[in-house]
Design a protein around this ligand. Structure first.
Ligand SMILES: Cc1cc2nc3c(=O)[nH]c(=O)nc-3n(C[C@H](O)[C@H](O)[C@H](O)COP(=O)(O)O)c2cc1C
Length: 463
């Protein structure tokens, strides 16, 4: 597999360099019939766009996306979706000084060793400009996920030594400050820190968290494509990410068994309830149905204005001061990128699950599932309703969550979605008379019960 592609069935390939004409992505494997507009993608791109506050790079890129293929009359056709964003504010002259030397901490040296040539303008292919295409592709994945009742949200939880307080965590806050911080009280100290670092020409690292809600229990693959393994690989592929953890992550090394284990109790409706989530919503590489929680450590920007020792391409010692427009904390703009990577992995796993079990996505109609910021979001409630009458056939009942055909839903709901019958009826507003067992199957069961009754009567008579 090429190093520029990710995903088995929902496959994304990106291309382009920081100071080239354009950057782009090909999204192959998106199901047909998904309503999609450039605006759907633009919304996510605008969250990552540079130059939006004084705390990010001042490169002024409008990042206007164009969908150039895979769409007909506003819906996806199932053929590769081509996405393009033109580079409009590339100032290559800023980089002429570093043409013959390696910036420490950037990919200059390694690209040169590998390819024997490097595009020194803005980091070339190693530039995080490429991550705009991940966000664009991720927006399509998110749209599919919303139709499945899965929502992904990210936040910056620490910047250097400033750590947000969990007790003040508020998702609404994330979109209200330039740092994607869920804690309003750390915004001012973070602003002060960045102003100070900017004056010094220095940078700082950050810790991000991404939470996926509504991923059904059972999502994931065993062994080499464990959901956690694929998530870690996708997140580690983001520029400047130096660590990824799932659930308790690195802290689990210091815990004992009783602290780590997520105990289970019956939920009173035939399913299970976990009492904690140290596993981060994944066991054995497969989702438990709880929130999937991942965290990533993003290193401080390596391009700083403080002189550093380095080497020229000719092998001579020299000093470098990196000019150009850089993010003092790349962790900020990495938040939408991390959300996009989680979305891409989850969609890919959903498609793999579909290919093995045969259930179908019910794609949203135009305008449906668009308000991702709606605080009243509830994973199951947001699923599009399937007409009740269609969901019962003679030999099967179709699960309204995953569209799988079952003989009897009760066991399936408990095993696959951790739901009891009552809760399922309540969520989908299903009347008591609505059968959760296929008519032919219940007739069979009735007959078996009758046979059993007859047999018992005969036995009693004999005794
Ligand atoms: C959103 C984002 C923006 C970034 N902006 C810059 C930047 O302005 N200057 C810089 O030196 N590195 C920046 N980086 C990091 C570099 O792209 C990265 O350090 C470089 O490609 C080397 O890769 P590595 O750090 O993963 O080893 C950014 C990363 C992200 C995720």
């Amino acid at each position: 597999m090429s190093g520029s592609s990710i995903g088995q069935l929902f496959r994304v390939t990106t291309f382009g360099e920081s100071h080239g004409v354009t950057i782009g992505a090909v999204v192959d494997g998106c199901p047909s019939g998904l309503p999609l507009t450039e605006e759907d993608i633009q919304r996510d791109l605008d969250r990552r766009r540079p130059g939006q506050s004084r705390f990010t790079t001042q490169r002024r890129e409008p990042d206007r996306v164009r969908i150039v293929s895979g769409l007909f009359e506003g819906v996806t056709t199932g053929t590769p979706i081509g996405l393009l964003i033109d580079n409009e504010d590339a100032r290559s002259r800023d980089y002429s000084d570093i043409q013959h030397l390696f910036r420490p901490g950037h990919a200059d040296y390694t690209y040169w060793r590998k390819y024997g040539i490097r595009d020194y303008r803005g980091g070339g292919r190693a530039s995080a400009r490429e991550t705009a295409m991940r966000v664009a592709a991720g927006a399509i994945a998110r749209k599919l996920l919303m139709s499945m009742g899965i929502r992904i949200r990210g936040a910056l939880v620490a910047m250097g030594a400033i750590v947000s307080d969990r007790s003040r965590w508020d998702w609404q806050q994330v979109e209200c400050n330039p740092f994607f911080s869920p804690d309003a009280e750390v915004v001012e100290p973070m602003s002060q820190l960045l102003d100070q670092l900017r004056q010094q020409g220095n940078s700082v690292g950050a810790l991000l968290e991404v939470v996926a809600e509504g991923a059904p229990a059972g999502l994931g693959e065993p062994v080499f494509h464990r959901l956690d393994a694929d998530l870690a690989a996708a997140l580690m592929s983001i520029n400047a990410v130096k660590g990824v953890e799932i659930g308790a992550g690195m802290a689990s090394a210091t815990m004992n068994g009783t602290q780590m284990v997520d105990e289970m109790v019956p939920d009173g409706q035939g399913g299970v309830r976990f009492l904690s989530n140290h596993a981060g919503g994944i066991l054995g590489g497969i989702a438990t149905g709880q929130e999937i929680v991942v965290r990533l450590a993003v290193k401080p920007t390596s391009s700083i204005r403080i002189p550093q020792r380095t080497v020229t391409t000719g092998g001579e010692a020299c000093e470098v001061v990196t000019q150009g427009r850089h993010d003092p904390c790349v962790g900020i703009r990495a938040v939408p990128v991390a959300e996009a990577m989680v979305a891409l992995v989850l969609v890919d796993h959903l498609l793999q699950w579909r290919s093995r079990s045969g259930w179908e996505f019910r794609l949203p109609t135009r305008g449906e599932g668009e308000d991702e910021t709606d605080s009243s979001f509830s994973p199951i409630d947001s699923l599009p309703a399937v007409p009740v009458a269609d969901s019962v056939q003679e030999d099967a009942v179709v699960c309204l969550i995953c569209k799988r055909a079952c003989k009897a839903l009760k066991g399936h709901l408990r095993r696959t979605h951790g739901l009891g019958e009552e809760e399922y009826r309540r969520r989908f507003d299903l009347p008591k008379e609505m059968p959760l067992v296929a008519p032919s199957y219940s007739a069979q069961r009735r007959k078996m019960a009758l046979d059993q009754e007859v047999w018992q009567r005969l036995r009693q008579e004999k005794e």
